[in-house]
Design a protein around this ligand. Structure first.
Ligand SMILES: [Fe+2]
Ligand SMILES: [Fe+2]
Length: 256
């Protein structure tokens, strides 16, 4: 019994592909089939798979039916968090999604799920991604300040959601946390952020994020240990469509 994570399946069984790079990039060739086979080989019915956003290119639930069915057919318990491309998932309608697709799929938002003695706490997150202005040597010389102001509001909203989730878990007695984000916890200008601060405040053991695609973006944020917390990127193309093992099962279950 183990806990696995991956993000950014970017399925499009019945919707238009909005990122042409995905069609031609080597990493994305038959990725749905590669991932399905890897899951069949690695994951059992007793395992849990965390899917960290950007599930589907569909613009509405009607355009995501086959994509969600594909996820449903994967082995194990599936817990989904929101990505920036998940237009089918209005945060306010999370309960309806859980009613419609549960118990096989769990949509995690403003709440927490459990794995043994761990609380799994997650939100989409947000990072300012520019536009950045470069000087002649290609160094960042400035950025769009209006866009940065807007980003600050989104970050603040996501931090509130994350705190709500941590507090709910803590109230129920959980003291061990795995923190999930879709966006990386820091952008290319930052060494730390409200998200890393919150992970430290609640004593999360791991922070797992996705969203970064392609060799040039894989190192945009923290990888490895930072202030005693392990940070991992789990975007599908980074992992080569092999789910990342987060935890082996511990003995105890429930809060400690
Ligand atoms: Fe993505
Ligand atoms: Fe994304």
């Amino acid at each position: 019994m183990s806990l696995y994570a991956i993000g950014d399946l970017h399925l499009h069984f019945q919707s238009e592909l909005k990122a042409p790079g995905q069609l031609h990039g080597r990493a994305w060739k038959n990725h749905e089939e590669k991932f399905r086979k890897n899951c069949a080989r690695m994951i059992t019915a007793e395992d849990t798979l965390l899917l960290l956003g950007d599930h589907s290119w569909g613009r509405s639930l009607a355009e995501c039916g086959m994509d969600l069915q594909y996820i449903r057919d994967l082995p194990g318990r599936k817990i989904l968090t929101r990505g920036n491309h998940d237009m089918f998932w209005d945060a306010k309608k999370t309960r309806q999604l859980n009613e419609q697709f549960g118990p096989e799929l769990t949509f995690l938002q403003d709440s927490y799920e459990t794995y043994g003695e761990y609380a799994l706490v997650g939100t989409k997150g947000y990072t300012f991604e520019g536009p950045f202005y470069l000087d002649r040597r290609g160094r960042i010389a400035g950025w769009d300040e209006q866009a940065e102001e807007h980003a600050k509001k989104l970050v603040s909203r996501e931090l509130t959601r994350l705190r709500t989730s941590f507090e709910l878990a803590r109230k129920d007695g959980y003291r061990k946390f795995i923190m999930l984000l879709h966006y990386p916890p820091t952008n290319i200008l930052e060494r730390s952020s409200g998200f890393t601060d919150m992970a430290e405040e609640y004593g999360a053991e791991q922070v797992i994020y996705a969203h970064c695609h392609g060799e040039t973006r894989f190192h945009d944020s923290i990888l490895g240990d930072f202030h005693g917390i392990r940070y991992s990127l789990a975007s599908g193309d980074f992992l080569g469509w092999k789910p990342m093992k987060v935890l082996e099962q511990q003995g105890a279950s429930g809060p400690i």
